[in-house]
Design a protein around this ligand. Sequence first.
Ligand code: M6R
Length: 606
Amino acid sequence: MCGIIGITSSKPVSSAIINSLRKLEYRGYDSAGIATLSEGVINEVKSEGRVENLEKNSAIKGMLGSVGIGHVRWATHGIPNTINAHPHSSETVSVVHNGIIENSTILKKYLISKGHKFKSQTDTEVIVHLITEYLKEHDLKNSILKMLNQLHGSFALGIIFKDQPDLIVGARRGSPLAVGYGPNENYLGSDSYALKSMTNKISYLNDGEFCIIKKDHVEFFDKEGSKVNKKVLELSTDEQNYEKGDFKHFMVKEIEEQPTTLKNCIKEYIDTINNDINIYNFPWDLKEISSITLIGCGTAYHSCLMAKYWFEELTKLDVTIDIASEFRYRNNRFKKDNLYIFVSQSGETADTYAALDLCNKNNMKTCSVVNVIESSIARDSNFVLPIHCGPEIGVASTKAFLGQMLVLYILILKLASLRKDLEKNKYVNKIKDLKLLPKLVAETLLTETKIQAVSSTFTDAKGSMFLGRGFSYPIALEGALKLKELAYVHAEGYPAGEMKHGPLALIEDGMPVVVLAPRDSYYPKTISNMQEVIARGAKVLLITNKSKDEVLSENIWETIEVENTNDDLLPFLLTIPLQKLAYYSALKKGYDIDKPRNLAKSVTVE
Ligand code: M6R
């Protein structure tokens, strides 16, 4: 949610800022802007829409200045237009902001009473005027401290100053922020991804800290203004594929990559010779854990739900799951023998981070399942299980979903075996099946033509439903979420057995309904539910697994068969056609698949 970049150097910075903004666009893409300081004057250029519009803006050409800040916006306060785009500037300072200032209305009234004039509808502008006001009587550091003390909410900030030709201030509360070190230049960025093309030497600001960045020196301070020593971390330089290559969209690339990403992850955790699982340095004794809580948002929440089914099937542990934005404000009963697992692709989701923080403050055992290992959630958890699937750029989560499910399943198998909830031979057989999963996913990815053909029915529909029972229910929720976010078609994921308790009333002639009915123990029940919707006119797309037995039902509109594996692993295969269904439905409509409207990849505001 909003991306920040700042560069202080001895050479002009505007084109390097634009390059970084292109990388940061996955965080927000409704407007973009840049401000540089040249000969004591702050110049600002902003455009509505994508970074490419900013690049085309004639004012950007030849923009001078060796210190500057840039921003891509995901609107919170004020519509997405040029005036509300960041940076926001006075004659004295220019500010980029990610987050929300909750007391901006009160601060604005106070600043107006002091004679300040506001141009935009944003909450960010109060920051500009507060610093401008404090700088009249205080030095830079004290003005920053005073300004930060006034703000309520969560934020990451980048600030440049008219009277400081070589200096950027960064500040963080809640939203992530990193500093990068280069040769005779230094950087500020929302995340290491934005900085990676310039440096692999990074420090992260902790919550409440701020920093003063000059081209040859960086200082960090805590919220009282005392100096803080920072470690410089070296990020791995493994070449990670941040490009689309020959693919039309990141999303389809990320779907097609799944056999490889699963294989990579299996390699990290599975001892393929002894058919065992390696989870090194697990910090707790098994006797210390009698229950589990899994927490996430969106797709990550769906993988938590999936894990609940597996935990209950394979272990005797008590399991609860929670949506992070609900968990963080509830009156939770914290239990010493509970393990809290936080699932997040980005590792920066504000609600998930806040839920983790709450657990840490209550001295709970915290573990995270993340993709970005340098992220805030990974850094602040007691134990981290990476999903090893490489950068996921498309806003719709695909390979990370399979990666999260895989790592959770591996953890569950290991705990089940160590606790003796699962017999040794069953454990070994499940690992053997797991080793075959990448190949089965690759084969399932070939079921292409039929999905393309059925997708237009979903594209044209007023609404659709995704039904499943047991292990297929979380996948139904995920399928519906994908269709909503990409094709903007109303889609409801439902437990198939719940239909007759209300939603059946929605079914009308020709309504497309996806029924997930693999031949597992729920199969006969799901087929009965499918018949109930067919009887009311639904056009059913049945997704099941291959079998020599015919499906005993009439009037099914279309059937897609995935490969065969054990019941635990079928959810991975059922996900594939649903990802493709959403992709092709959005493609038919000509939508921006990698950047769906109103969304952003990393949700760093609550
Ligand atoms: O980075 P996270 O996994 O914490 O993100 C959580 C959700 O915002 C994310 O999964 C979202 O629902 C996706 N856009 C779904 O495709």
